[in-house]
Design a binder for this molecule. Structure first.
Ligand code: KG4
Ligand code: ZN
Length: 344
């Protein structure tokens, strides 16, 4: 079965064709990051306008690269939540029109579930089969940080989540304060390679209640204040060292909680995903901790960590198999829980 995926929740217009939820036939991404850079972050109105311009050429290219016409796809999967509402609406409206015109099933996909599905695109190796639920997912992006039990391909149960900022937001805001361009996470990662993480002692959030919840706003505020204070008194801050300390703090936090949750809940398999899963510190620390504990560990190749439509098409395949489809009443939703969950 071949699913066309469409993603437009933030500043990437993306389309892809994936076979049986596992094999990428095409994967096209038009990123607007360069344009938003001058504003230091995504400008929602601008993002929507660019999606409108990009969506037709991007979808056409995804079909052409897969050597297919729309009549040959078995379903059209689209990110309908969560994200920037005007941005989501472009993908949702386009997918609805396409489904109506072609008579193919329309498949709604939650963006966070899509991130998790990026790991279904990781091919089997000699040591490891392809990923199948149940497993414990750590999904870390610019908008979300959560540990979730993936009970089957379409049922999720959140074990821990951020109570304030997402890890990616913390990376980005600290990066901006250090003078790195948007999106800053990758620049922190690069600077961290040259730095000494021990040069700064950063605060650790104490979580009352759920031991697997996260809080990154205190860390962010501490770093931003440290930089502002240094600027006021004319001191130079070594941003390589600060980046290394920040990366180490975030990687240690997500690793410790994910491993503890896996042990408590009895999971042997952990899968990392989301934009921040591209971070070398997070990748190395969690994979090493999994190796030490004898857990199976999955993470997408860096190219599939950030927003893309291959992950949406992959999750779309499993949603369709579970009978999850939508009609022309499908609407974009800015904020939405995972499937099977009620608002916390
Ligand atoms: O998943 P994503 O592309 O968009 C959302 O769904 O939010 O995640 C984007 C986030 C941004 O905060 C970006 O800075 C961060 O992922 N990111 C990284 C790295 N690459 C992307 N953060 C740290 N290190 C990286 N190498
Ligand atoms: Zn994302």
């Amino acid at each position: 079965m071949r699913i066309l995926g469409i993603e437009s929740s933030c500043d990437e217009t993306a389309a892809a064709v994936v076979e049986d939820g596992r094999r990428i036939l095409s994967n096209v991404i038009a990123s607007q990051a360069e344009e938003h850079k001058q504003f230091g972050g995504v400008v929602p109105e601008l993002a929507s306008r660019r999606h409108c311009e990009n969506i037709l050429p991007v979808v056409s290219k995804a079909l052409a690269d897969a050597d297919m016409t729309i009549d040959e796809v078995d379903g059209i999967a689209v990110t309908y939540a969560p994200g920037l509402i005007g941005a989501l609406l472009v993908g949702v409206s386009f997918a609805k029109g396409l489904a109506m015109m072609s008579g193919k099933p329309l498949i709604p996909v939650h963006h966070t579930e899509g991130h998790a599905a990026a790991n279904y695109l990781v091919p089997a190796t000699e040591d490891q089969p392809v990923l199948e639920p149940p497993y414990l997912g750590l999904i870390v992006s610019g908008g979300h940080t959560r540990i979730a039990e993936v009970l089957d391909y379409t049922t999720f149960r959140t074990v821990g989540r951020t109570r304030d900022d997402a890890a990616g937001e913390c990376f980005d805001k600290c990066a901006r304060a250090m003078g790195f361009p948007y999106p800053g996470g990758v620049h922190v990662d690069q600077a961290a390679q040259r730095g000494n993480a021990k040069a700064f002692k950063l605060p650790k959030a104490k979580m009352e209640g759920s031991p697997y919840d996260f809080s990154f706003s205190g860390l962010k505020t501490y770093i931003v204040n440290l930089l502002h204070h240094a600027e006021q008194v004319g001191e130079q801050v070594n941003t390589d060292d600060l980046s290394a300390a920040l990366q180490q703090a975030i990687a240690a936090d997500v690793t410790k909680k994910t491993i503890a949750a896996a042990k408590e809940l009895g999971y042997q398999t952990i899968a990392l995903s989301g934009g921040v899963s591209a971070n070398s510190g997070v990748r190395n620390m969690l994979s090493e901790a999994c190796r030490k504990n004898g857990f199976r560990f999955y993470m997408p190749p860096v190219a599939l960590c950030g927003d893309n439509a291959a992950m949406i098409a992959a999750q779309g395949y499993f949603n369709l198999a579970a009978g999850i489809t939508a009609d022309e009443s499908l609407n974009a939703v800015a904020s939405k829980e995972l499937r099977g969950e009620t608002a916390l």
